[in-house]
Design a protein around this ligand. Structure first.
Ligand SMILES: Nc1nc2c(c(=O)[nH]1)N[C@H]1C(S)=C(S)[C@@H](COP(=O)(O)OP(=O)(O)OC[C@H]3O[C@@H](n4cnc5c(=O)[nH]c(N)nc54)[C@H](O)[C@@H]3O)O[C@H]1N2
Ligand SMILES: Nc1nc2c(c(=O)[nH]1)N[C@H]1C(S)=C(S)[C@@H](COP(=O)(O)OP(=O)(O)OC[C@H]3O[C@@H](n4cnc5c(=O)[nH]c(N)nc54)[C@H](O)[C@@H]3O)O[C@H]1N2
Ligand code: SF4
Ligand SMILES: [Mo]
Length: 692
């Protein structure tokens, strides 16, 4: 039997062709007929089989019993979770319970459709997610400029002549905030049609190695480069917003604002020569179709909000927004934007301890540990995590780990007993991956073509297991104290309605029949109609962002610390997926990937040899890992992957425990944020390195 589905592990939405014999998976290949991915897959897709078959994957609820765990029934687990949450809220108020939602939430239809109702049923303002260690700046800029946090510009990669990439490494990540299967081919095609791909990155990444040009930049300095690129474009009179000028406010103010940021002024702070900056600006502005795209490297830094504003500005000023070959907006078959309106989304309440503003109803996860461990009115006493591993994925994981130990109750909705869920009192494991039907609500809205695809479940859920939507709905039902027995509602009904009332009015039964997906065409210009701003105009000069520029000006004066003279940045590897796929043996073969990259000159100055064990320290802590000397690093900058640190005792992960690595987030600093958006600033962490 052959089964077709979409891989739900990353954002690329690759079509898979899975061969089964006697109920066993024989092969997992790329689906050549998939309308979007055209046969592309990466090694992680094959690990879907490993996750399905993994004996360490949890299938029944667990309750902590001292240092061990006992399986319990769903009824007992649900009852205990809800009774304890209600008791804690009765005693300490509803905000004493917090929720943290991690990355796989967005890759899971049942979670996508039910977790916000669950959050509402918890009646708490203490909502946290991986968004604040990832992409808040994208949403912030889109909200202020286009009126909706989800109206994200997507590079029209298949038609552009010039793709300028800030802080993204799609050859390792397969693209992000840009669903783009087989990105390597699509980037090569730009070059083959005479165009250019240029990367700005403190590391000569896998993508940089294939690009037409790469410029090293000092971590966190992108805001200055972006200001200077705009300055050159205006001063050389290369600004040509075209039809965008009819519905854009603030062009002249922006021109005045960037005027002081000449290439000469920012050369030192960015590490690019003034000539290189000027040439880059001219090349971008004179390309017929160009797009500037920024991702994790410019979102997870102190000026993430400013960076994404200025990236959008660069596309607008050069007439490349909402234009073929530029940064465009999707028309997804289910319009997730329609469900929520624009309006005030920021600073409606603040975190208790550090007074950090809420955005989109969430608080920065960098504040979670202190909200748990600081006594006083409003202290968090109970935490529910869902699809998340914050001990490894949020800044100063060590501090969070200690805080978790002090909770009255922790519940983890998770498929593994891992670094975070091991602190839970109760773990509720849902069916996952191949056991779930799938539709990418979010990623169809972020894809480089308009597409739609539904995947049926391949396997039934394990006996006695629950689907994620059943868990969320039942917890919500009980928390709300609804009368009568609980009846679960499958996500398919809502999916059918979303498709029927979406822009293409698709019939769900028809969508189901198209097992290779439906291609709904290239991205089309959508503005001004699609704008969510009240006056249907683009706001190029938003107050909050303009004011925040003062912080970047201020930082220009700051000097480095002698104790921690080097900057630490992160990286991703093709065979890692954040923190949670290291239990698949086939992904772990080969060389140790959890190493510290360092430039040869720095290694020589420090007297360090390749493969030596080194100690890396920051304000927050120290870790040990092997050194890898490489000229691909910018001098003064070191780099390691995130998602490792599986040495934490007593977790039952057979393979991952053999590849513990060290956690970068035992070094990253929870006090270093993009102060405007609340996003963690992983690229602005200063460290020292010594032999160990
Ligand atoms: N220093 C540094 N830190 C980073 C980053 C970085 O670049 N540098 N990147 C950040 C980014 S972009 C992200 S998105 C975050 C990710 O941060 P998190 O989302 O907190 O971490 P993940 O490693 O994705 O953990 C996913 C969890 O979900 C569980 N899981 C998997 N599938 C399912 C499922 O179907 N249902 C349920 N209920 N659980 C499931 C896994 O077992 C695992 O515990 O990390 C961030 N942390
Ligand atoms: N294989 C694999 N794929 C993944 C994931 C994974 O863990 N593994 N995670 C998924 C997730 S959750 C996400 S969010 C996406 C992320 O997708 P990407 O954004 O493409 O992720 P990275 O590979 O981390 O690329 C970030 C780049 O930014 C650079 N960088 C770091 N600091 C700076 C800086 O200050 N300025 C500039 N200009 N560059 C900087 C880094 O060197 C790196 O090359 O990937 C997704 N895909
Ligand atoms: S690139 Fe992403 S979607 Fe495609 S096969 Fe790999 S993990 Fe799955
Ligand atoms: Mo992410």
């Amino acid at each position: 039997m052959t089964h077709h589905r979409t891989c739900n592990l990353c954002e690329a939405m690759c079509g898979l062709e899975i061969e089964l014999q006697d109920g066993q998976i024989q092969t997992i290949r790329g689906d050549q007929n998939d309308s979007f991915s055209r046969g592309h897959i990466c090694p992680k897709a094959v690990a879907l089989k490993d996750i399905y078959e993994d004996p360490n994957r949890l299938k029944t609820p667990l309750r902590r019993k001292g240092k061990t765990w006992e399986p319990i029934s769903w009824e007992a687990a649900m009852e205990e979770v809800v009774t304890k949450i209600q008791a804690i809220q009765a005693q300490y108020g509803s905000n004493a319970v917090a929720l943290y939602q991690g990355n796989p939430s967005i890759h899971n239809l049942g979670t996508m459709m039910n977790s916000s109702a669950f959050a509402k049923a918890l009646k708490t303002k203490n909502l946290y997610s991986a968004t604040s260690v990832d992409q808040l700046p994208h949403h912030f800029a889109s909200w202020l400029m286009f009126g909706h946090p989800l109206l994200i510009p997507i590079p029209d990669i298949d038609r552009t002549d010039f793709m300028l990439i800030f802080g993204g490494n799609p050859l390792a990540s397969n693209g992000s905030m840009m669903s783009v299967p087989d990105v390597a081919h699509r980037l090569r095609a730009i070059q083959e049609r005479g165009g250019q791909v240029v990367t700005i990155d403190p590391r000569r990444s896998e993508t940089a190695a294939k690009a037409s040009a790469h410029h090293f930049i000092k971590p966190g300095a992108d805001v200055y480069l972006l200001l200077a690129l705009l300055q050159v474009i205006f001063s050389e009179k290369l600004d040509k917003p075209g039809r965008l000028a009819d519905f854009t406010d603030g062009l002249e103010q922006l021109q005045a604002l960037v005027a002081p940021f000449s290439p000469e002024r920012v050369s030192g702070v960015t590490g690019l020569s003034a000539v290189a900056i000027r040439d880059l600006a001219m090349a971008f502005a004179t390309a017929e179709k160009a797009v500037c795209y920024g991702r994790v490297g410019v979102s997870t830094q102190s000026f993430g909000g400013l960076c994404h504003w200025l990236i959008n500005a660069l596309n607008i000023v050069t007439g490349n927004l909402d234009q073929a070959g530029g940064a465009m907006f999707t028309t997804p078959a289910i319009d997730i934007l329609a469900a929520s309106k624009g309006g005030q989304r920021f600073d409606r309440w603040r975190s208790r301890v550090r007074q950090l503003p809420e955005f989109l109803g969430e608080l920065p996860v960098a504040a979670l540990a202190e909200e748990i461990s600081t006594p006083g009115e409003g202290q968090i006493r109970a935490l529910v995590t869902s699809c998340g591993n914050p001990v490894l994925s949020t800044p100063n994981g060590t501090k969070l780990e200690k805080a978790l130990e002090g909770l009255d109750l922790m519940v983890a909705i998770d498929i593994y007993l891992n670094e975070s869920s091991r602190h839970a009192d109760i773990i509720l494991p849902p069916a996952t991956g191949l056991e779930n039907p799938h539709y990418d609500l979010t990623f169809h809205a972020l894809a480089v073509r308009n597409t739609a695809k539904y995947s049926p479940a391949l396997f039934p859920k394990a006996e006695g297991a629950k689907y994620d939507y059943e868990i969320y709905q039942e917890l919500s039902h009980r928390l709300r104290g609804e009368p009568g027995p609980f009846v679960a509602e499958s996500p398919e009904q809502k999916l059918a309605l979303g498709l029927q009332f979406g822009p293409y009015q698709l019939d769900f039964e028809e969508v189901k029949k198209q097992k290779h997906g439906i291609d709904l065409g290239p991205l089309e210009p959508r503005f001004p109609a699609r704008l969510f701003t009240e006056d249907k105009r683009i706001q190029l000069y938003p107050d909050l962002l303009v004011k925040d520029l003062a912080r970047a000006e201020q930082a220009l004066q700051e000097s480095t610390s002698p104790t921690f003279p080097m900057q630490l940045i992160g990286r991703r590897h093709l065979r890692d997926n954040n923190s949670w796929m290291h239990n698949a043996q086939r992904l772990m073969r080969g060389r140790d990937r959890c190493t510290l990259y360092m430039h040869p000159d720095d290694a020589e100055n420090l007297g360090l040899k390749d493969q030596a064990q080194v100690k890396v320290s920051s304000r927050v802590g120290s870790i040990h890992l092997p050194l890898e000397i490489t000229a691909d690093m910018m001098p003064g900058v070191v780099c390691m992957p995130h998602g490792y640190g599986h040495h934490r005792a007593d977790i039952r992960l057979d393979v991952a425990s053999q590849y513990p690595g060290a956690s970068i987030n035992d070094l990253t600093d929870e006090t270093v944020l993009d102060e405007l958006t609340g996003n963690a600033a992983f690229s602005n962490v200063w460290v020292s390195v010594e032999g160990s």
